[in-house]
Design a protein around this ligand. Structure first.
Ligand code: ARG
Ligand code: ZN
Length: 382
């Protein structure tokens, strides 16, 4: 819906709305279309307010609870499946077995321990060789973006199935290493299964505060805690007490710093809104490599659309969605990883974060085309 300045809710009122797009009221500009969720008990009041203001609006999901129930085909969750949402224990167990079963292509390493003590695992996918360039791909930064861990798992499966049969992917695996981090924010992801499906942040306690968690994608040293981030621990875009205050973000920062000589690409997978973003998000100034990043994004989204016609927008984050500082993409870029992109996967808000399991396959397949396209460019140009 369209926002006019005179009808802006106050900061306090707005914080009680759960913004889905953009992530926070802080990022809304005049004329923007926004998606948000309201509690059932105020839904009619909010609707009346919007109608009274004359803003156009559309109810995308009448009953979020029902959509949550329908998201998963069934609730039997014991076995791993690439076309279902797997819980954190199932994903962690899968990282072990997939590495064990494919020792020539996949190896697992321990990345860090989360705030709540869960292991965070990293998979390295590729044929062993010396002096290989690498691409780092992470999923599950934001807890509620469930289709993203599904994508990271899909990528590994496709690599294994394609090696030796698909010429293009075989070439990529022979000449590049892919570091795949299936779930960065393991505590938040677990919490989104057990307590609050729409949780976004980590689960670390904030000193002397009742509100829990930090937004991992506002927690990096890239104009940290400026535009589109909040210093308030109760905000969904809380930047944390310091850059890399979270175990999980610190481990990511350390890993990339320690492997800067090989890591040429950084892809961070989010949902939703079908976008391919590149630096900068903390400023509207153009990145040094704007032209190359832009044309690669253009050809990647064209490739993606060939499979199911899914339309992505693309561009620098600040101009394409909103200014938001402290993101891992901007940080990685400024640290020296030139090919740094954020994917926002399906959909456009029909289901939003609650994308039905029946769409996992098509979403992952189309995304693979864009990721392989970017990887090929990196292989040939980095
Ligand atoms: N929706 C993502 C987020 O808010 C977009 C990230 C774009 N990059 C950035 N540095 N803000 O985290
Ligand atoms: Zn996200």
């Amino acid at each position: 819906l369209l926002c006019e300045p005179k009808t802006y809710p106050t900061q306090k009122q707005a914080e009680t709305l759960d913004f889905w797009v953009p992530d926070t009221v802080l990022s809304i500009a005049e004329g923007d279309k926004v998606d948000f969720r309201v509690e059932g008990y105020v839904a009619y009041d909010v609707q009346a307010l919007i109608e009274h203001s004359g803003m156009p609006f559309e109810i995308m999901i009448e009953d979020v609870q029902l959509a949550v129930q329908r998201e998963q085909d069934s609730n039997i969750r014991a076995v791993h499946s690439y076309e279902k949402y797997n819980d954190i224990d199932t994903i962690n167990a899968w990282t072990g077995s997939i590495a064990e079963e494919n020792p020539d292509l996949v190896s697992r390493s321990f990345f860090t321990t989360s705030y709540e003590g869960r292991p965070v695992y990293l998979l390295k996918v590729g044929k062993s060789g010396s002096n290989k360039k690498a691409i780092f791909i992470d999923c599950g930064f934001h807890a509620r973006e469930w289709v993203t861990p599904a994508f990271c798992q899909w990528f590994v499966k496709e690599a294994i199935n394609s090696y030796g049969s698909d010429e293009e992917f075989t070439n990529l695996l022979d000449n590049l290493d892919f570091y795949i981090l299936p779930v960065l924010n393991v505590d938040g992801y677990a919490y989104s299964w057990t307590n609050d499906r729409l949780w976004r942040k980590t689960r670390s306690l904030n000193k002397n505060q009742k509100c829990v968690g930090t937004d991992p994608n506002r927690n990096f040293d890239a104009a940290w805690c400026t535009g589109g981030a909040s210093a308030s621990p109760c905000s969904t875009v809380y930047c944390g007490s310091t850059p890399e205050s979270e175990n999980e973000t610190k481990a990511l920062g350390d890993f990339i710093r320690n492997n800067l000589s090989s890591i040429k690409g950084y892809l961070t997978i989010h949902s939703y809104s079908q976008m391919l973003l590149f630096p900068y998000s903390y400023t509207n100034l153009r990145a040094k490599d704007h032209n190359e990043l832009n044309s690669l994004a253009k050809s990647a989204v064209e490739k993606l659309a060939t499979l199911h016609g899914t339309v992505y927008t693309y561009g620098p984050g600040g101009k394409t969605i909103y200014i938001s500082a402290g993101g891992s993409d901007d940080w990685a870029y400024d640290t020296g990883v030139k090919y740094s992109y954020t994917f926002e996967l399906r959909d456009l808000g029909t289901y939003g974060f609650l994308l039905p399991e029946s769409q996992i396959k098509d979403t992952c397949e189309e995304t693979m085309l864009a990721v392989k396209h970017i990887a090929e460019h990196i292989l040939n140009n980095a």
